[in-house]
Design a protein around this ligand. Structure first.
Ligand SMILES: Cc1cc2nc3c(=O)[nH]c(=O)nc-3n(C[C@H](O)[C@H](O)[C@H](O)COP(=O)(O)OP(=O)(O)OC[C@H]3O[C@@H](n4cnc5c(N)ncnc54)[C@H](O)[C@@H]3O)c2cc1C
Ligand SMILES: *[C@@H]1O[C@H](CO)[C@@H](O)[C@H](O)[C@H]1NC(C)=O
Ligand SMILES: *[C@@H]1O[C@H](CO)[C@@H](O)[C@H](O)[C@H]1NC(C)=O
Ligand SMILES: *[C@@H]1O[C@H](CO)[C@@H](O)[C@H](O)[C@H]1NC(C)=O
Ligand SMILES: *[C@@H]1O[C@H](CO)[C@@H](O)[C@H](O)[C@H]1NC(C)=O
Ligand SMILES: *[C@@H]1O[C@H](CO)[C@@H](O)[C@H](O)[C@H]1NC(C)=O
Length: 499
């Protein structure tokens, strides 16, 4: 009898103990599937690893998979080889205040380089299809004092044409950049955002997406001449569009025409490659995701190779606008058109007659253009001067550069490479934004932020927010969850931790 009782109680104890063990054992950490290996997808992986199990988030992250349809990572950060030399084919320049990109560069031990194509250093001409409406002095002198004199003379020349408006433009850009810097605040003073609108409002940037750049700049007191010429030249170079883009995309575009711009020696794509390499990611190259279905609490991603992967969390880190991913259940995002930018690289020599000149040397190194149906390209710039009559040029245009047109523009062409980019959104005002959480569960869309602006850095900023959103939603599921709440005093964060 006693023996029986003891046995029974022992069994019960064991059972209770096992049950207790089971209930206190953490569920396995969530696995994450990311579609896209550009700066957005690679940054999500990086920030998930960096922030998980930190003093901010007690959430653990399991396996992270990144799917990339191409054979190389980086997406719109890519290099191209022209006559044996390597150039940026997509995103080429970074701003001195692109702090995530600077941090990645340091973390990954990459080398910073000052690109020769930064606008400030080049002679500039503004072409309206018939003539240069503005042209700086050109000097091929290697002597620093001569260069400095020419650059000073050019500043004077620019001031004579555009006057005080130039300072108002600089102020507008600086104000906007300063607001953007709030996204680098410490966690304690920076909430996690569930929508792009909320994120922009918090930084005081939302209003800039409701009006066009043209409208904003008129209100800021810029002269119509500056807007029609220099500002238009810049928006056409950076976004392939006119000043009817939103004020925010416009400010970002103008910031990308300032001084101290930089890039990464050997190619900006190495940022994505390095982040993926150091984030313990399973990378699936040549795997195009064709369908994404929510099945029994998991996202099932099927690739064109017929393979199938399941994850608790799915992140879309590519614009969905021109893709054919089949979602079950279906998702709904506002319609958005991508601006296509054709990037044409030419090794050879421009024909001065095309611009009404007799000598190649008087053609500005950077030819920008105004909004006119008479101009079949957005810009042409010299990437490398091999000698007086042998250069590597980069052309941006909205349409494919036809062979006939190129034959008119160039007297010599030894190599021509054409790329068609689904480059960035076709911006307008007011902008509408897709949801960041596409299904109210764990399906995230990094590129919803691209309607605000499209750059390497803004992708990283949007990716960081998505990583925090994921971690805050999984925090507290493992362990106590209390340590998580304790580390945040402002209450805003707590709101998100129990979603
Ligand atoms: C010509 C050009 C010039 C630019 N200049 C600059 C600049 O000077 N400075 C700057 O900061 N930004 C610039 N940008 C913008 C910048 O390139 C982008 O904002 C940024 O690179 C976007 O990164 P992302 O990771 O969000 O998207 P992407 O880089 O586009 O990455 C998405 C990835 O997803 C992959 N993919 C898509 N669908 C699938 C699928 N179904 N399955 C698997 N993989 C898939 C794609 O192949 C791609 O690799 C420029 C862009 C272009 C096109
Ligand atoms: C960083 O790169 C430099 C030059 O490429 C190299 O000398 C150095 O050892 C590298 N440092 C690390 C930590 O990898
Ligand atoms: C944005 O616009 C609204 C309405 O016009 C205004 O009340 C608000 O102060 C503006 N916000 C900023 C940051 O400029
Ligand atoms: C990947 O990371 C390892 C260390 O984590 C480093 O030794 C290696 O050089 C990196 N490879 C690339 C291609 O960055
Ligand atoms: C994805 O693949 C799995 C396994 O092959 C299959 O059962 C499922 O039906 C596929 N889903 C879709 C949407 O094709
Ligand atoms: C380019 O082509 C021209 C004419 O075909 C040739 O004379 C010249 O040497 C070539 N230049 C280079 C750099 O290959």
């Amino acid at each position: 009898m006693t023996e029986k009782l003891t046995k029974k109680s022992l069994l019960t104890t064991t059972l209770i103990f096992t049950l207790l063990l089971l209930s206190s054992a953490s569920p396995p950490p969530p696995t994450v599937c990311i579609i896209g290996s550009g700066i957005g997808g690679s940054s999500v992986a990086h920030f998930l690893r960096r922030y998980s199990n930190s003093n901010h988030y007690d959430a653990e992250i399991g396996q992270i998979r990144i799917f990339e349809r191409h054979g190389i990572v980086g997406g719109r950060m890519a290099t191209i080889s022209v006559a044996g030399e390597t150039f940026e084919a997509g995103a080429s320049i970074l701003h001195p205040k692109n702090y995530h990109a600077l941090e990645f560069t340091k973390l990954l031990n990459l080398t910073i380089k000052k690109p020769p194509s930064s606008m400030s250093g080049l002679s500039l001409g503004i072409w309206d299809g018939h003539k240069f409406v503005f042209k700086t002095f050109t000097s091929n002198s290697e002597i620093p004092i001569v260069q400095r004199f020419v650059s000073l003379a050019n500043s004077v020349k620019m001031f004579i044409r555009y006057g005080l408006s130039l300072f108002r433009m600089a102020n507008f850009v600086e104000r906007t950049v300063d607001r953007f810097l709030k996204y680098y605040n410490a966690f304690e003073s920076r909430p996690v955002f569930e929508s792009v609108e909320e994120m922009l409002k918090w930084a005081g940037l939302c209003n800039l997406t409701t009006r066009t750049l043209g409208e904003e700049l008129v209100e800021a007191g810029l002269s119509p001449l500056l807007i029609e010429e220099l500002v238009t030249v810049i928006t056409r170079i950076n976004y392939g569009q006119s000043v009817s883009i939103s004020g925010l995309a416009g400010a970002v575009s103008l910031a990308g025409a300032g001084g101290s711009l930089w890039s990464i020696e050997g190619g900006n794509w190495q940022m994505a490659a390095g982040l993926i390499n150091e984030s313990n990611v399973v990378l699936h190259l040549h795997q195009e995701i064709e369908s994404l279905s929510y099945v029994a609490g998991l996202y099932e991603l099927n690739s064109s190779k017929g393979e199938s992967y399941r994850c608790e969390v799915a992140v879309i880190a590519t614009p969905l606008d021109e893709l054919n991913i089949h979602f079950t259940p279906s998702i709904s995002i506002p319609e958005r058109k991508l601006q296509h930018t054709f990037t044409t690289f030419v090794r050879g020599c421009l024909n001065p007659k095309y611009f009404g000149f007799n000598m190649v040397s008087v053609i500005p190194e950077l030819v920008g253009t105004t909004e006119s149906s008479d101009v079949p390209f957005s810009s042409i710039s010299v990437l490398r001067r091999h000698n007086e009559k042998d250069m590597t040029y980069k052309i941006f245009s909205r349409q494919l550069m036809s062979e006939e047109l190129l034959d008119q523009m160039f007297s010599v062409r030894n190599e021509t490479i054409k790329i068609n980019w689904g480059a960035y959104p076709h911006y307008h005002a007011p902008e509408v934004f897709a949801a960041v959480i596409l299904d109210s569960k764990n399906l995230y869309y990094v590129n919803a932020f691209e309607n605000a602006a499209s750059t390497i850095e803004t992708s990283a900023v949007a990716a960081e927010n998505v990583a925090r959103l994921i971690l805050s939603r999984f925090s507290g599921q493992q362990g106590s969850g209390i340590s998580d709440l304790k580390s945040f005093g402002d209450g805003k964060y707590q709101m998100h931790s129990d979603l």
